[in-house]
Each structure stands twice: as C-alpha cells, then as structure tokens.
Write a protein that binds this ligand. Structure first.
Ligand SMILES: [Zn+2]
Length: 262
C-alpha cells in the first residue's frame, strides 16, 4: 500500500469515539474502542481494503494482530433480522448478525453505507455484531440482537452499543415508501433540505438511520450513555470508506469485525 497524495491523514476522529488510524506502514483501520471495557476488540476495514475479497480481508486481519488460525465467522447477509450463533453459522447461513461468548472466533459483517453495530455485555463475555441497513432496522434487527443476547442471559442495561460509520442524513435519500416505515420514530425522517447529495427524485426525504437505531436501543432499555454513534458519512469520505451509493452495486465492501481479546 503505497502513499498517495489523496491518502487520509494518520488519525481522523469519526464522531462517537470512533477513530480512523493509518499506521506508518500504510495499513489503516477504523477502531471502535467502546467495547474494550467488555474485553471485546471492534474494528472496521477502510477503503484501502476490499473485504469482498476473502484474501484481502484475511491479510488485513493479520495486519491488525488477529491470529491467522482464528476462524472467521460470516453469514449470507439478506437485510433481515436473523442473528446467528457464530460457532454454528457458515457463509451460506442467511442472517444479518452474529453473536458469541467465545474467545476463539472472529465475527464479521460486511457493509458499505449500512451501519455495523457492535454490542457487548459489560458483565459477561457475550457480544454481537450486526449489519443494520434501513430494511433491517425497520424490520427489527436491533431488537432481535438484544433479544438474542437476553436469551443467553444478558441484560440490556449492561450492554455497550457502538454504531459504526454509515450513510448519514446528508446522503440518505429515501422515498415515501421507506419514510413511511420510520414515520413514528422521532428524528428519523428529516426534510429533503437535510440532503446535500444531489436528489434523484422529487418526492424524497432524508433518513437518519442512527436516530432510528438509538430510538430502538432506548426502547429496549440500553442506557443512553452506553450508546456510541459515528457521525462520519460513508458516501462523503471516499478516502476513508466504501459506499454503495457512491460505487454502486457489486462495489467494494468494508468488513466490521469483533473478537474477544485474549
Ligand atoms: Zn454524506
């Protein structure tokens, strides 16, 4: 990875405590330090890496200290609400989240504009990682993740939840058919004037996906001071992130990862 004039600076604050870090050797990552007190490492690959390519993903994981022998749990993401147990899931499992209480596995979900959401139980070894786009959030994936952890013994008020970089209201143009799904959630739908990206349709508005996620978390009993939301927009920062809206379908993806330390 050679230095390029357009390369991102060495450290970029992404809001909500998320940090983009580029090391002197050029390797970069988005760090989610919020889960450290729960003993969970949370990271996301940057736009330097295409996590759609399994070899690139593995190489990036090794660059950041993950043991080559550790299995990488991933699922077939379908914008649904299924949360799979990491030890039982495979690439063909249709799910949009993974959970584990083991130290022997790396959880991954892939995203480009959808929000990666890390959840960690601060009083046990349990943690989860979710791929949350508007379809998943509207269908209840946040509640599904918390219900899954609760069924294993976790309490919502003992969770830390970090929502990684995603498409923000500046770029999240949605039509009325999507807006209707969020109409009852305060702050989730903003007027079209919130959009700085060129509009593709005249009847559109802006979606604040993280407002909908925060509303779900609040309703489910997660304490507000334990919710951390990145404010950097994936589409607005090509030097940092991949973006589906910018690159189109079939474009490169980022991988969010979570694993127990030690
Ligand atoms: Zn934007």
């Amino acid at each position: 990875m050679s230095a390029a004039p357009s390369e991102a600076p060495a450290t970029v604050e992404l809001g909500g405590g998320f940090i983009y870090v580029r090391r002197p050797d050029g390797r970069a990552a988005v760090l989610a330090p919020h889960l450290q007190s729960a003993g969970v490492a949370g990271m996301m690959s940057p736009s330097l890496v295409n996590a759609r390519d399994a070899g690139e993903l593995r190489s990036w994981l090794e660059d950041w200290g993950f043991e080559p022998a550790l299995p990488v749990a991933q699922v077939n993401q379908v914008h649904g609400t299924e949360i799979a147990a990491a030890g039982e899931a495979g690439p063909a499992s249709e799910a949009d989240g993974l959970w584990s209480d083991s130290g022997g596995i790396i959880l991954t979900v892939k995203a480009a504009d959808c929000a990666p959401v890390w959840l960690a139980d601060m009083s046990s070894k349990r943690f989860a990682l979710v791929h949350a786009g508007w379809r998943g959030v509207a269908s209840g994936i946040i509640a599904a993740a918390i219900d899954t952890l609760a069924a294993a013994g976790s309490k919502a008020d003992e969770l830390a939840v970090a929502v990684g970089p995603h498409l923000r209201p500046c770029c999240f143009e949605v039509g009325p058919e999507v807006a209707d799904r969020f109409a009852n959630i305060g702050g989730a739908i903003l007027p079209a004037s919130a959009l700085t990206a060129p509009r593709r349709r005249r009847d559109s508005v802006s979606l604040d996906l993280s407002a909908a996620i925060r509303a779900d978390l609040n309703d489910l009993g997660v304490r507000d001071e334990q919710i951390f939301i990145a404010t950097a927009c994936t589409r607005c920062h090509p030097e940092l992130f991949h973006s589906y809206r910018r690159n189109g379908s079939g474009g490169p993806l980022m991988a969010a990862v979570a694993a127990r330390r030690g």
